[in-house]
Structure formats: structure tokens, C-alpha cells
Design a protein around this ligand. Structure first.
Ligand SMILES: Cc1ncc(COP(=O)(O)O)c(C=O)c1O
Length: 480
């Protein structure tokens, strides 16, 4: 009753139905008329008075206050006439240029689950029971500090556990003090860019690359210099004699989305180039734990003896994306600035969750889960490869299937992969068009990204049959 009456009166005032000076009915009268307690009306009047919406004139009742802006605050007038303020309905043109380009180029998909969503692990397999047990343990003895803001860089126990894990699993050279806990790779890139670059600085990046990376960099005013990828990963030599960038960002252990590994020779040459030219390297190591047939490829950061690499990783693929936990390993000389910068910008928390994750890692559950999922994904990948083979034989090349959570089916240039993806979605199958991962200045290769990690073997064959039906129609139409 209180909320209804309050909102009703407030709306009537803001919309001008109750103009300044209007006298409100006496509380006793209004309560009787509405059949509610008088105290409720008094409370509403009191609250509106506290907001400056009504004023009481002693002995004579409650009146609507004068809310016109000029009456309350003297608004400083601009020296020159300002253009008219946009109204809500005209909000799109009101966006900044970078806001407009962010929204126009957005790659985010409305659906985040189902065949063949790329980049999403099978979250149904997450060991929820173990997690709950560890969580209960921490909630039983939750110290107040754990429920407050996080200390700089995140929970020390998690930074320690991660340092050990990254040293042994990813050959990363690091001490716990170099680790900053973030909400994932998106935030790590945001933080790194804000701390190391100014708007207008240039960045070399892979073409094609992860759309979220491009959007984040662009929205921070970076000048993007997309460079091609070949069989050895980012072909940074293609930059020729261009000035050195502020930083290079790449996925050396598993190029996203095509799947190559950056060769050792190219890694060493890149490290040397950046040392000589004063550029930084950001290594996005988003899913290297999942490699089939051979051991995971060691990180580029582990080869770096000059402390030029900012290494970033995530639990989005190894645990589940909704966890929103990731990490950044800063070079020692930058570690203090990064942990301070992160605390200052994002005001981190989630310490209970970080404590649970620290135990999850030190008790061996993370490595056990990764091992189990690697086996599962390997079988699903095989099943999808067989489905492609059964439907199309050798008609389409399949690439990037040695690692990660997706593979790419290459399509001839004449087939519009965006239209195929849209048609497939209408039939309930989610695929991503490869051409969308290319920078707009370059005509991208055509193909479809198919994630197999979150699809059971029983679902793969029928879902692929639906996709095959859609694809055949497009191929036939373009070859006629
Ligand atoms: C190459 C690459 N980097 C980063 C991310 C996003 O990582 P996070 O969920 O930690 O922000 C993805 C997600 O698919 C990715 O493919």
C-alpha cells in the first residue's frame, strides 16, 4: 500500500498532474477514502517531504513543492548555445562515436547454449557437489573481511594456488604477487589497455580474431592494425616497416578462431622485436588446456626473459563462463601498478568464491576436471568430425580441430556464411559465421564455427543433419 501510494503521488507530481502549490488531502481523510491505515499515508507524505517533493506549511497542510530545476539550483548557463538535449527516443544518435561503433559491431549472441555454440564448455559436467562442499566450509566460518571488498590483486590464497598451477600446467614464469584476479579475459584486456596505452596508440592483432577483443580495444580508443594469420599463427612480419605498436595481442597456443599454433621461431622473433622496439605483448591463453593427441603447448610468456609479456587466462572454458573469474600475470615491474589499478577501477569482491576456487585448485579438483573434460571433448570432436564426413565426405575442409572447444568447416567464397548461420538458427541450430571474425577492412574467409563441447554425442548427429540440410540448399543455390 505504502509503495503504491508513494509511486502514484510521485508520478503525478513528475508528470505535472499535481502542479506546484497543490494541496494534498489531509492524511486522515485520504486514509479513510482509500481504506488504508492513516500511518501509511503519513509515512508516504514524510518520505515525499524528505525528497523535497512536498512541503508542509505549519498548521495548514501538505503542498506540492516547486520542482522546476531553476527554482532549486541555479544551473550554470553555457557561454555558447548548446545543441538541444536529445530525448530518450533519440538516444541512438546520442551515443559517442565509439559507443556507436561498439553497438554496431557487437558480436554477442543472444543464445549462449546448445548445438553448436562455440567456446562454451559442458557446464552440466561441472563438479557442483565438490564445489558446494568447499563453499559450505567457507560460509560456515566467513570472516567479515571475506565479505568486504577484495584486497589489491585478489585473495592471496588464490593467487598462490594459481601461480603453482600456471607454472606447472602452462610453463608460466610467475610469483603470486604478479597475479591479478579479474572477472575474465574481457576485464584483463580492459585493465591492460587502460594501464599501458593511451587513446590513439596502435595495437597489432590477429585477423581473424575474437570479436570481444576487437570491441574492447576499439572502445578504449586504440588504433587497430589487423595482421593476417598463416600456418604459424600471427604473421606479424606482414606489418613490414610500419612503426612498432604499443602492444601486440595474440593467441599463440591456439589461434582464435582458426586454431594454428605460433611456431617457436616466430615466438622468439616476436619477443626480440618487442624488446628492441619497446612494445608489449598480451598473450590471450583462453583455452590451451584442451589439446587432443599431444600435450598442451607451453605459453609464450614462459620464453620471455625480458618481462614484456602480459599473460591472461580464464576459467570460462575450464570451469564455466558464468563464474566470471580469470587472471592476469603482469611482468614483475608492473605487478604493483596492475593490482592497484584493478582495485581502483573495478572495486573487486567475490572473495568467498575466490577462496572456494583456491581450495578447488590446491585439492587437485581443477586438474582432475580438466583431464576428464579433455577426454569427453575429444570423443565429441571425433563424433562431429564423423558427422561432417558422413554428410559431406571431403567436400569441405575442416580446420582447427586439434584443440579447443570448436572446429571450423571452410566454405567456398561464394557461399554467404552469415546467411547460412541465420537460416540454421531458424532451424534451431547455432553456428557462427567465420567471416564475422575478420576486420571489416578485409574480405574474410567463409566458413562455420561449430562448438562441440557443450553438445552430447547423442545430440551431435541429428543437430548436424539439420545443419547439413540448410547448408546443402545454400551450396546448391550458389552453384546453379
Ligand atoms: C580468444 C578468446 N579470448 C577471450 C574470451 C573471453 O574470455 P572471458 O570469458 O574470460 O572473458 C573468449 C571467449 O570465447 C575467446 O574465445
Amino acid at each position: 500500500m505504502y509503495r503504491q501510494l508513494h509511486n502514484l503521488l510521485l508520478a503525478a507530481v513528475l508528470e505535472g498532474q499535481l502542479p506546484a502549490g497543490t494541496k494534498l488531502p489531509a492524511s486522515r481523510l485520504l486514509a479513510r477514502e482509500l481504506g488504508i491505515a492513516r500511518n501509511t499515508v503519513i509515512e508516504v507524505y514524510e518520505n515525499l517531504r524528505a525528497q523535497g517533493c512536498v512541503e508542509g506549511r505549519h498548521g495548514s497542510g501538505t503542498y506540492i513543492a516547486d520542482l522546476s530545476v531553476d527554482h532549486i539550483i541555479e544551473v550554470p548557463r553555457p557561454v555558447e548555445a548548446m545543441p538541444a538535449r536529445p530525448t530518450i527516443s533519440h538516444i541512438a544518435p546520442a551515443l559517442s562515436q565509439r559507443g556507436q561503433s561498439l553497438i554496431a559491431g557487437a558480436g554477442f549472441s543472444r543464445r549462449q547454449w546448445g548445438a553448436f555454440m562455440p567456446g562454451v564448455p559442458d557446464v552440466r559436467e561441472f563438479p557442483a557437489r565438490v564445489w558446494t562442499r568447499l563453499q559450505n566450509r567457507h560460509w560456515r566460518k566467513a570472516a567479515p573481511e571475506r565479505l568486504s571488498y577484495a584486497p589489491e590483486g585478489g585473495l592471496p590464497a588464490l593467487r598462490q594456488a594459481l601461480a603453482e598451477y600456471l607454472r606447472s600446467a602452462r610453463s608460466v614464469r610467475c610469483e603470486p604477487e604478479q597475479i591479478i584476479i579479474t572477472t575474465g579475459i574481457h576485464q584483463s584486456i580492459d585493465l591492460t589497455t587502460r594501464l599501458l596505452a593511451d587513446p590513439g596508440d596502435s595495437v597489432w592483432l590477429e585477423n581473424p580474431c575474437y570479436w570481444g577483443l576487437r570491441s574492447t580495444l576499439q572502445s578504449l580508443g586504440m588504433v587497430l592494425q589487423p595482421l593476417p594469420v598463416d600456418a604459424e599463427g600471427l604473421d606479424w612480419l606482414a606489418a613490414g616497416t610500419r612503426p612498432a605498436p604499443r602492444f601486440v595481442i595474440a593467441t599463440p597456443s591456439h589461434q582464435y578462431p582458426l586454431g594454428m599454433v605460433m611456431s617457436l621461431a616466430r615466438r622468439q622473433a616476436l619477443l626480440e622485436y618487442c624488446r628492441l622496439n619497446g612494445s608489449w605483448i598480451i598473450e590471450d591463453d583462453y583455452d590451451s588446456e584442451f589439446r587432443y593427441g599431444t600435450r598442451p603447448i607451453a605459453s609464450l610468456q614462459g620464453l620471455d626473459t625480458n618481462e614484456l609479456v602480459i599473460y591472461i587466462g580464464s576459467f570460462s572454458k575450464t570451469l564455466f563462463p558464468g563464474l566470471r573469474l580469470g587472471y592476469l600475470v603482469a611482468p614483475p615491474q608492473l605487478a604493483g601498478a596492475f593490482s592497484k589499478g584493478s582495485a581502483e577501477l573495478y572495486r573487486e569482491g567475490q572473495l568467498q568464491q575466490q577462496a572456494v576456487l583456491a581450495d578447488f585448485i590446491t585439492d587437485g579438483h581443477l586438474t582432475a576436471h580438466i583431464r576428464r573434460m579433455r577426454g569427453l571433448y575429444s570423443r565429441r570432436r571425433q563424433c562431429l568430425l564423423e558427422a561432417v564426413q558422413a554428410e559431406f565426405g571431403e567436400q569441405f575442409e575442416v580446420i582447427g580441430n586439434n584443440a579447443g572447444l570448436h572446429l571450423v568447416v571452410r566454405l567456398p567464397d561464394r557461399v554467404d556464411d552469415v546467411a547460412v548461420a541465420e537460416a540454421a538458427l531458424r532451424h534451431g541450430v547455432l553456428v557462427r559465421p567465420l567471416s564475422r571474425y575478420y576486420h571489416q577492412s578485409v574480405a574474410g574467409q567463409r566458413g562455420l564455427l561449430l562448438g562441440y563441447a557443450c553438445v552430447t554425442e547423442a545430440e551431435i548427429t541429428p543437430a548436424f543433419a539439420v545443419l547439413a540440410g540448410v547448408l546443402r540448399k545454400f551450396v546448391k543455390a550458389t552453384s546453379a
